[in-house]
Design a protein around this ligand. Structure first.
Ligand code: ZN
Length: 275
């Protein structure tokens, strides 16, 4: 069901139309404004039927149209992970759902079982295989990943992956494998990446991470011994940091922390309070 209250957030190449300098993480554009620019609102997908019945999401693929939108709204398409301020959790979750849905619809255009085209149904909440002999119904999926802050005595482990921006160090992370418990994934990833055995593992919290469609499940853990053995691939450097070292290295610019909007940042900030 649609109404004149309908608004849509617009993505282009995974980035959302926003005005960061005005603190607007995502512009919610009205149906009339969107259609005035030649965009068809009926190609939008509802973001959250229960909590935001009139909010939709739409992907703009055309470069020219994307540039038009930026100019018309004095806005720009931005990766909301890099939004300078910490986003309200409700805003983060809404944008996460919007982006994850777009990614899922893009990825599931063809049935993974038989290769036939799929069609969106139920307001974009499912995609059905068009092959009558298959007929599989596909629903949006979420892949779990673990993220863990490891401490030993009064020091916290900060590691660097080759793909990180210069100076950035963070906590450890990895994907849950089939048949694995979350705690098992924590133990395995920490052993594989830095060679540490853990004594305790505690749940910290979770965060939707729609890049492309993940849930980050956060933990804190204690290492039995501090001796590190790096895998040299996923982790190119890792060191133990006291709270004072973190503060000193941040002040000198030797250390850069991950985005303020990531659970990894919250894990590191909490360790600065706990250590
Ligand atoms: Zn099929």
């Amino acid at each position: 069901m649609t109404s004149c209250d309908d608004r849509t957030v617009v993505f282009h190449q995974g980035r959302v139309l926003s005005r960061p300098e005005r603190g607007e993480a995502a512009l919610e554009i009205t149906r009339s404004a969107l259609e005035a620019l030649g965009l068809r609102f009926d190609r939008s997908i509802p973001v959250d039927v229960n909590n935001a019945p009139h909010l939709f999401v739409q992907e703009v693929e055309d470069e020219y149209l994307a540039a038009q939108l930026e100019e018309h709204f004095s806005a720009r398409f931005q990766d909301f992970r890099r939004f300078p301020n910490r986003l309200d959790e409700r805003v983060w979750n809404r944008l996460s759902r919007a982006r994850a849905l777009l990614e899922w619809h893009r990825a599931y255009g063809y049935c993974p079982r038989c290769g036939s085209p799929t069609l969106a149904r139920s307001n974009g909440g499912e995609r059905d295989c068009t092959n009558p002999e298959c007929g599989t119904l596909h629903f949006p999926r979420t892949d779990a990943a673990i993220i863990v802050r490891v401490v030993h005595d009064d020091r916290c482990l900060l590691a660097r992956q080759p793909r990180f921006q210069p100076g950035v160090r963070s906590v450890l992370a990895g994907f849950l494998e089939p048949g694995e418990r979350l705690e098992g994934a924590v133990r395995r990833e920490v052993m594989e990446e830095v060679g540490l055995t853990l004594t305790t593992i505690d749940y910290f919290g979770s965060q939707p991470w729609p890049f492309p469609m993940n849930l980050m499940v956060g933990f804190t853990a204690a290492a039995k011994f501090p001796c590190l053995c790096l895998d040299g691939e996923e982790v190119e450097a890792a060191d133990w940091y006291t709270r004072e070292q973190v503060h000193d290295d941040l002040a000198s610019g030797a250390l850069v922390l991950p985005s303020t909007n990531s659970i990894s940042r919250r894990l590191i900030e909490s360790s600065l309070q706990d250590l």
